[in-house]
Design a binder for this molecule. Structure first.
Ligand code: FMN
Length: 152
């Protein structure tokens, strides 16, 4: 899997010297019913290539037919990518969990880190902790902490 060489920190510097705000997006979605592991692998391979080219990094967790994706990078590039992802017919029921400024990247070395049950079960983890799945902020914090924990 391709690793991205991306700079860390709350702001990035563009070609013109302007500061670009480091922004993140976290969501949960339902994979199309007939989506196979081969297609998921293809999504990740293509995402890695494109993210690498535009300075995005992140993690895509796939478990029990659900996607959980953390994406981070310059706000303009991220916003464009979010529109593409929201319109992608390979998933639906997209629940936006968190969007906003980030102090630093969680996945500076990964253009798109793939994870699954093999690394850890988010469902099991949610079931065994008292994290609220109703409070979006608390749930988002727990999901991102889980993704960071199983990849570091
Ligand atoms: C769950 C999921 C996550 C995705 N994540 C990314 C991503 O991080 N980066 C990316 O370039 N494409 C990602 N894609 C693919 C985009 O939705 C879109 O298909 C891709 O940007 C290519 O768009 P285009 O070839 O139509 O321009 C993802 C798709 C799905 C279903």
């Amino acid at each position: 899997m391709r690793r991205a060489v991306a700079s860390c920190g709350p702001s990035l510097i563009s070609d013109t010297g302007a500061e670009i705000e480091l922004t993140h997006f976290l969501y949960r979605s339902t994979a199309r019913g007939d989506l196979g592991q081969d297609e998921v692998n293809l999504i990740i391979a293509k995402a890695s290539r494109r993210n690498h080219a535009i300075g995005l990094t992140g993690c895509l967790h796939y478990e029990d037919g659900l996607f959980f994706q953390w994406l981070e990078g310059p706000r303009t590039a991220l916003d464009k990518m979010i529109q593409l992802i929201l319109a992608d017919p390979r998933h639906s029921d997209i629940a936006k969990l968190s969007y906003g400024s980030s102090a630093q990247r969680h996945f500076p070395e990964w253009a798109m880190r793939p994870t699954s049950r093999a690394q850890g079960s988010l469902m099991d983890w949610v079931a065994t902790t008292d994290v609220s799945t109703v409070n979006r902020g608390a749930y988002a914090g727990a999901v991102s902490a889980f993704l960071v924990a199983i990849t570091h």
